[in-house]
Design a protein around this ligand. Structure first.
Ligand code: HEC
Length: 142
């Protein structure tokens, strides 16, 4: 039951901008809902991972290793492939750099660096997918 609510929450926050733009996708909305893109799945993983990372930073715990599969942001198939532009690639690199810095050295595992990383998620979302922004901003450590 808990897992079920979780899935609904994600469907609610998913980015539907492509459906707004493209009637063909809107028509297939039902299909899209059940078959999430590689990128959507990666994003959910990044969100959950960073929820845990936030807790570790607050509790002064070791962060472990940078998850190398986050580099798939550079190649994962998107719901709307036209989203992948030079601008998108620049935002991807910015985010990856900020996430890597956090893991590069225990002295860099700070609240400030974590929030910088979260803000680089938000920066890209402002240009491509505004739906999940309020949810992503909840990651910020006050
Ligand atoms: C380079 C741009 C970019 C960056 C950086 C980025 N996102 Fe995304 N995000 C997207 C795009 C585009 C989608 C829509 C993916 C799709 O539908 O294929 C998305 C989708 C999502 C979703 C909705 C997934 C779903 O259920 O459909 C969440 C949640 C999310 N991102 C969270 C994050 C978090 C957390 C970070 C940082 C840790 C982050 N994003 C970094 C562009 C980005």
């Amino acid at each position: 039951m808990k897992k079920f609510i979780f899935i609904i929450a994600f469907a609610f926050f998913a980015c539907n901008t492509s459906a707004d733009k493209n009637p063909e996708i809107a028509k297939n909305a039902e299909l899209v809902m059940y078959k999430d893109s590689e990128m959507a799945l990666l994003m959910r993983e990044m969100f959950i991972f960073n929820e845990k990372t936030k807790e570790k930073i607050i509790n002064n715990q070791e962060l472990g290793e940078f998850p190398e599969n986050f580099l798939n942001i550079h190649s994962a198939i998107l719901t709307d492939p036209t989203v992948r532009t030079a601008n998108f690639d620049a935002f991807s690199k910015g985010f990856i750099t900020n996430q890597q810095i956090l893991f590069s050295d225990p002295s860099k595992a700070t609240k400030e660096q974590f929030n910088t990383m979260v803000n680089s998620c938000v920066a890209c979302h402002k240009t491509t997918c505004i739906g999940p922004i309020p949810k992503i901003e909840k990651l910020l450590i006050p």
